[in-house]
Design a protein. Structure first.
Length: 328
């Protein structure tokens, strides 16, 4: 009986050994037959040319508003290229594709130039690749070009600016855009050279929104003082100006349009920026989440003020959560 068991064990070991050998042989055979991604598209080659003061051939950093030239020659040694695709990937992960057909005389070699203007902060990477007559990818020469827009604006996220409460003087109800900081009334005089606006509030008494807080903002230079409970007559008066409140498509614009100093200024100039204060009297028309204002500082800097929330903290103190973008 013991001999029989040993015999079975020996046969089992031999079968396992055979299976292992067969698996290794099979894997080895597959690895020889499969194509290597790093050499299966070698038919297509691309060269980037340094042929102008604006040219970039690999990586280059630029300032907002600078012009960029990406000059290139793409060739295919053995097969016709039918289309070219310019694939741009932004630092946010957003992609853009431009496809164009090639003429008969351009299907083995094509030279071109991409003109690009830096109008966003951060990196953008460009790939140029060819497609065959079946729209199958032929290669990009394993090359790309990256341009980077140097920081041109400053973003200051989620600053809390509180509704004024005379019984709670510790609440910061004045705000400095360039410092990205809220100040209490007690701190205001010493910091008034930096303070751009304050918040004032009142309670809606209409039927539909009875008891809700109506927010307004006012530049420190507003005359007369819209919130006389705080005497600011001795403060330095910054002449910060605001646009009318915007309420449509603000989140999309703030995140995806206002992406460089030049874009911020371009969009801001579409509006009159000449208001020193708001004067809302009903909650429905007043400042709340997802509204925004363009502004112009006394130094000539354009920016945008986005209201992320109108809410309250754990102690029940009401505040606006404000994010700003301002030109450097």
């Amino acid at each position: 009986m013991v001999k029989k068991i040993k015999s079975i064990e020996m046969i089992t070991r031999k079968l396992l050994t055979l299976l292992i050998v067969l698996t290794i042989v099979t894997l080895g055979s597959c690895s020889k037959k499969s194509e290597n991604i790093f050499n299966m598209f070698e038919d297509v080659n691309i060269t980037f040319h340094d042929d102008s003061p604006y040219a970039v051939t690999d990586y280059k950093r630029y300032n907002d508003g600078d012009s960029v030239h990406i000059s290139f020659t793409i060739t295919s040694a053995n097969k016709d290229m039918m289309k070219l695709v310019v694939d741009s990937t932004l630092g946010t992960g957003a992609k853009g594709l431009r496809t164009f057909d090639l003429k008969d005389s351009e299907r083995r070699s094509y030279s071109g130039r991409i003109r690009y203007k830096i109008n966003r902060d951060g990196k953008a990477t460009f790939r140029i690749y060819a497609l065959d007559e079946l729209n199958v990818y032929m290669g990009d020469g394993y090359k790309s070009v990256t341009v980077e827009g140097a920081p041109s604006y400053t973003i200051l996220p989620d600053r809390k600016v509180y509704s004024p409460d005379l019984d709670k003087p510790e609440l910061p109800t004045f705000y400095s855009i360039r410092q990205g900081k809220a100040y209490t009334y007690a701190e205001g005089l010493a910091n008034s050279a930096d303070i751009d606006f304050g918040i004032r509030t009142e309670i809606d008494s209409t039927t539909g929104n009875f008891g809700r807080t109506i927010y307004n903002i006012y530049s420190i230079s507003t005359e007369p003082n819209p919130h006389p409970e705080f005497d600011i007559s001795g403060w330095e008066k910054r002449q910060t100006l605001f646009s009318d409140m915007l309420v449509s498509g603000t989140s999309e614009a703030f995140n995806n349009t206002l992406i460089s100093a030049s874009r911020i200024e371009e969009e801001a100039k579409k509006y009159s920026i000449d208001k020193r204060h708001t004067s809302f009297q009903q909650y429905d028309q007043a400042i709340k989440a997802d509204c925004m204002f363009y502004f112009l500082t006394p130094e000539g800097k354009y920016g945008v003020l986005f209201i992320k929330q109108n809410t309250q903290d754990a102690a029940g103190n009401e505040y606006l959560s404000i994010t700003t973008k301002i030109q450097n």
